[in-house]
Structures are given as C-alpha cells and as structure tokens.
Design a protein around this ligand. Structure first.
Ligand SMILES: C[S@@+](CC[C@H](N)C(=O)[O-])C[C@H]1O[C@@H](n2cnc3c(N)ncnc32)[C@H](O)[C@@H]1O
Length: 372
C-alpha cells in the first residue's frame, strides 16, 4: 500500500506534479481559514457556496432519493399532475396522516418535485413534471427499492465481493433458463425504460442505411419496434432468451430469434447488430466473448451499434462509475465501461475501427459504432 511520500514516489514521473498539486489544493480547501476567507471574497464566495451545496448534496443524497421514492409510491406525483391539490387531498390520496403528508409534500417542493402555487395548494414542480412524464424513470424509481435494500450496508456489499446473493441478482435472473415470471418482470422494466434509450440511439445513428438490423439481447422488442417504426424499409429482428422472447410484443414484420448469445451462434444475414444496455451487464470475459460472436455473425462491412450509459462521460461521470458502478456491483455481474475501454475490446474482437457518436443525453445513453 502506498500513502503520503511513498505514494507520490510511486506515481509515474510526469504525474507526480499533478498528484502534489491535487494534494496541496485539497489541503487548502480543507483549511477553515481558507473557507472563511473564501466566503468573503465576491467571486470565491460563489465558488465556495457552490462547493458547500455540492458537499451537502453528497451527504444528503440518500434522503432526496427517499423523498422521491415515497412521492412515487404514495402516488403524490400522479396526484399533482392532475391539478392543484390541498393537504386534505394529499392525505386522502396517500393515506398519510396530516403531519406526514405535509412533511412529504414540503420535502417534495424543496426538491422541485412539487410546487406550492398558493398557500396550502400544490402542483407538480419542474422536476416532478419531467419525471412524471417519463414512465421509464418512474419505473426505475420503484425498481430502486431493490438497490436500496442491497445498499443498506454498502461496506458489507463491497466485502461480499459479488459472491453473496442480492435482491438485484435475484431480479436479473440471466441463467439462460430464467423462470418466466422473473424474465417477465425484468423485461417489463426494460421495455418501459426503453423509449428514452431508443430515442437517443435513433437520433444519433441512421439505421435506415442498413438492410437488416438485429437487436441482440433485445428483451420484449421495444427497441426493435422503434427501429422498425422509424425505418419501415429495414428488416428488423430481435434475439433473446426463450422466456423473454415468449413475452415479446413486436410488430408482425419483426423476426423473433430464440437463443443464448453465449452458447448459440448469432443468426447470420444481418448487416447491423445492436447491443442496447447489454454489455455493461457482463464481466469482461463474457463481454469479450459476446463481441467476438457479433463479429463472426456480421458480414464484411457490417456494423455493430452499442448503446448504453458509459463511464467517463463528460458531464455525466457520476452516473457511470458511481451509479452504475454500484448498481452492477449489487447485481453481481458487469461493470460500467468507458467508450475507450469498449474501443479496445472491439479491436481485440476483430473490428477494424470504431467511433463514438454523440447523443443528446449521454446520461441516458452513449453510442458507439464499430465496423467489421
Ligand atoms: C438489461 S436488459 C436490456 C434489454 C433491452 N436491450 C433494453 O435495452 O431494454 C439485457 C437483456 O439481455 C438478455 N440476455 C441476458 N443474457 C442473455 C443471453 N445469454 N442470451 C440472450 N439474451 C440474454 C436479457 O434477457 C435482457 O433482455
């Protein structure tokens, strides 16, 4: 283990200056004298206040998530979407006491989920309006109850080294023979949240240039439906495990393929294969094997499109390593990867080149195109 002086010595020579600068900056930021001084200077006081709010958000973030979870669970957001509501209305709809209903609606208002439009009357706030209009986000908020259960003791979860059963690993039952009810539950969640991802992918990449597009690990076919709707001249197929394909709800024109992408060869004849929110679910060896299988199935000149939230994404770094890092850890498989990490894996799998394609909301999905 390296700390202090030895730690700096252990850094690559060119990085030592950066390490020393960061350590000096941290010492200054942590100093009470500096904090007092910074709070009094006009420009620095703005920076200091912002940092203090960010620090508080980090400390209090769990409470914010719980306010949102409670607001969704008791139907508060849905209630306020329908029109202005007073406290007795909130109590009736939520089944909470007067004091509890008031505490929740005020907490929601403080987070912009609700807004007090007249004394004692609330409507949705700006965040509440955006979330309530997004069924995928609401479904994820409900689903997070499993994540919170696994994170109740985060150190125990980390110490378990992904060897102990968790609520999330039970939910994502990809054993190749996932029982139908489990497969239906996770596929329904994915289908609900798919619209946001599909709109990012379709906005960033022109699927109409292809003759045939196969969505591998395509769940109930929500992404395949979106591609077929946007590109009526393209033949679209979807491949997933047997219990998932059994519940697929797709347009008549879409070909359904049952298969295990780790065991069965992928169907040939598609000049584009998509992997949407699939790779990050798998550890490196499995992920590399899947990329090789996709490479084998594509014709020369064929393309692979990877769409998922990625690590080290400018402006959305916390979503990558902090949110997905812990979510996938709790799932006992997979990890968030950066576009560059995927680039290296794609090269190893035999793809000749790859490029990043900008999406409007990288926090929802980034996109990579790889060329066979
Ligand atoms: C996170 S979900 C993503 C579903 C869909 N692409 C989406 O974005 O909504 C991962 C999908 O991969 C499928 N999957 C997992 N392991 C698989 C395997 N070995 N063979 C085929 N499909 C698999 C799951 O059934 C699931 O539908």
């Amino acid at each position: 283990m390296s700390t202090t002086i030895e730690g700096f010595q252990a850094l690559p020579w060119l990085m030592r200056w950066k390490g020393r600068w960061v350590a000096w900056r941290n010492a200054v930021l942590a100093s009470p004298h500096f904090q007092l001084w910074a709070a009094r200077l006009p420009l620095l006081s703005w920076v200091a206040r912002r940092r203090a709010v960010q620090a508080f958000d980090l400390v209090a973030g769990f409470c914010y998530s719980q306010v949102l979870a409670a607001a969704v669970q008791v139907g508060l957001l849905d209630l306020l979407r329908r029109g202005p509501c007073d406290l007795p209305g909130v109590m009736k709809a939520s089944g909470l006491s007067q004091a509890a209903a008031l505490r929740l609606v005020r907490a929601a208002a403080a987070l912009d989920l609700a807004e007090e439009v007249a004394p004692g009357w609330w409507l949705l706030g700006p965040q509440g309006a955006a979330l309530q209009a997004n069924p995928g986000a609401i479904a994820m908020v409900r689903h997070h109850a499993l994540l919170y259960a696994d994170l109740a003791d985060p150190v125990a979860l980390l110490r378990a080294d992904r060897a102990a059963p968790t609520a999330l690993s039970a939910f994502w039952h990809y054993a190749g023979n996932a029982p139908a009810p489990e497969a239906a539950a996770y596929s329904a969640l994915m289908a609900t949240s798919q619209a946001m991802v599909a709109s990012q992918a379709l906005g960033a990449y022109r699927f109409a240039r292809h003759r045939r597009v196969l969505d591998v690990g395509g769940g109930h076919g929500a992404f395949a439906n979106a591609v077929a709707r946007a590109c009526p001249r393209v033949d679209v197929g979807v491949l997933d495990l047997p219990p998932v394909i059994a519940g697929a709800q797709v347009d008549r024109r879409i070909a359904l393929h049952v298969g295990d992408f780790f065991r069965d060869p992928l169907p040939a004849g598609y000049d584009c294969i998509t992997l949407v929110r699939v790779l990050h679910d798998h550890d490196d060896a499995a992920c590399a094997a899947l990329l090789r299988a996709v490479h084998r199935a594509l014709p020369p000149g064929g393309r692979l499109v990877v769409a998922e939230p990625m690590a080290a994404t400018a402006g959305a770094a916390a979503m990558g390593e902090a949110y997905f890092g812990l979510y996938l850890w709790a799932m006992n498989a997979g990890r968030p990867r950066s576009a560059c990490e995927y680039g290296a894996m794609l090269k190893n799998a035999g793809f000749s080149r790859w490029r990043r394609q900008a999406t409007d909301y990288p926090v929802v999905s980034s996109l990579i195109v790889a060329f066979r």
